[in-house]
Design a binder for this molecule. Structure first.
Ligand code: 1HE
Length: 264
């Protein structure tokens, strides 16, 4: 069943087990206001409850132009802090949750748009995508988690360069910089992200949960702590009933083999 819901700024539909969530304020290039981020938050909670994976994309010519600057102009310092913390909460529900998230990026992926994209696990860009952090030019700083998430993806030196110089990075460069994992022809990002999400949705829930929640944490641990924690997660997942069923299916030749990308 395809259940499509449209709120003021967000479209939501189920494609099989995958939630397809669209940023839908194209006339303002999907700039994110306070109301908009709350709508994203509600869509995130719904996807966490009913989907096995989710895809985030932007309606119109761009993925997202970042923070709604018109709204930001009128804020006091403490309102700004609360606003930033709210973005952190909502994006954190994407980053550390029960399901994998994919983003389909095109056009501008700018400021808070890049911060939102940085909170998902897998980013697919089409060739029209470009990435920028114009906070320096606007007299502000990242506030949607970019100093943590985007910096960890591309590295502090590259992010510093983008913020100081206003540099725009195209999709191919973004792939080299580890900002995106896939680059596809124009107009094909949603299709590709849906394909990847549908594949991830068939994984064991416990494996997906471990990948999403353990890998980023382990990468911030010392080597010896990371290896120690890995052993427990490894044993816990491998001894689950789901793993037993899947391992048996492979041994009985009922499960697909790993694909050789070079095979015809
Ligand atoms: C906006 C916003 C916005 C567009 N807030 N209204 N983000 C930025 O600094 C990016 C600013 N935007 C742009 O550079 C360009 O709009 C784009 C390159 C993204 C797209 O260009 P284009 O030619 O397709 O659209 P446009 O004509 O510039 O914009 C269409 C309308 O959207 C226009 O309003 P209109 O009433 O004149 O039609 C724009 O004013 C409006 N618009 N972007 C508000 N961001 C949690 S901290 C995060 C900090 C940040 O995100 S800083 C980065 C902010």
């Amino acid at each position: 069943m395809t259940d499509t819901t449209t709120t003021t700024f967000v479209t939501y539909e189920m494609r099989g087990d995958v939630a397809l969530i669209g940023l839908n304020r194209p006339e303002k290039r999907n700039a994110i206001s306070d109301r908009f981020v709350e709508e994203i938050g509600r869509a995130v909670e719904r996807a966490r409850a009913e989907a096995k994976a989710a895809v985030l994309f932007g309606h119109g010519k761009h993925f997202c132009a970042g923070l709604d600057l018109a709204e930001h102009v009128r804020k006091t310092p403490i309102e700004g802090v609360h606003g930033s913390r709210r973005w952190h909460e909502i994006f954190g529900r994407i980053e550390f949750g029960p399901i994998p998230w994919f983003s389909a990026l095109h056009g501008a992926v700018v400021g808070g748009g890049l911060e939102l994209a940085s909170s998902v696990q897998v980013r697919v860009a089409d060739e029209t995508a470009f990435f920028a952090l114009p906070e320096g030019q606007r007299g502000i700083f990242v506030g949607g988690g970019g100093s943590v998430r985007s910096a960890r993806l591309m590295g502090v030196a590259r992010m510093t360069d983008m913020m100081l110089t206003g540099r725009s990075v195209d999709a191919r460069q973004a792939e080299v910089w580890n900002l995106v994992q896939y680059v596809v022809p124009a107009g094909q990002a949603v299709e590709k992200a849906l394909e990847l999400a549908a594949r991830a949705a068939t994984n064991a829930e416990l494996s997906n949960y471990s990948v999403i929640n353990a890998l980023p944490r382990i990468s911030e641990m010392s080597r010896s702590d990371g290896l120690f924690v890995e052993s427990f997660i490894s044993s816990f997942t491998a001894t689950s009933p789901e793993a037993e069923a899947r391992l048996t299916a492979f041994l009985e030749k009922r499960a697909p083999k790993v694909v050789d990308p070079g095979a015809r």
